[in-house]
Design a protein around this ligand. Structure first.
Ligand SMILES: [Fe+2]
Length: 146
């Protein structure tokens, strides 16, 4: 099924490109968390990050790799469901950071850099999990196919 393979390659390439864009934003946000002496800059950066992540997760879920993976390899649907769940958790992590920066900026700033690093690690683990599921589904599909 050459069409399926072409579609899937496109979804994987798109996924990797979007991950690279988010890495740049995460690095930028990391720099801001080191230098920040007020919550204002952080709030703006985090809001931008949240918006980008929200859009990326939506693309992954609707018409992106998650939907494709379930279509070509339904046995990964539980793992895909877990990845969707992780999207919700990551967004609520950002919401909690935004909330704390808004309501208790002084109390939040002191430990914010560490907290943001932990969030970045959770995000990167999610991404790693995501790439691994897509790779497994692709390998299986190619293995079983023609
Ligand atoms: Fe994701």
């Amino acid at each position: 099924m050459p069409d399926l393979q072409r579609l899937t390659d496109a979804a994987v390439n798109k996924l990797l490109t979007e991950h690279a864009l988010l890495h740049e934003l995460l690095e930028e946000a990391d720099r801001v968390t080191i230098e920040a002496d007020s919550a204002d800059g952080l709030l703006l950066g985090l809001q931008e990050l949240r918006e980008m992540m929200h859009e990326q997760f939506a693309r992954e879920e609707y018409g992106g790799y998650l939907q494709e993976t379930v279509t070509i390899a339904p046995r990964y649907s539980t793992e895909c469901e877990q990845l969707r769940h992780e999207h919700r958790l990551l967004l609520s992590d950002i919401d909690a950071m935004l909330d704390d920066l808004t309501h208790d900026p002084d109390g939040t700033l002191g430990t914010f850099h560490v907290r943001f690093r932990e969030f970045t690690t959770r995000y990167l683990n999610h991404e790693h999990h995501e790439n691994a599921v897509v790779q497994k589904a692709l390998d299986d599909d190619i293995g079983v196919g023609d």
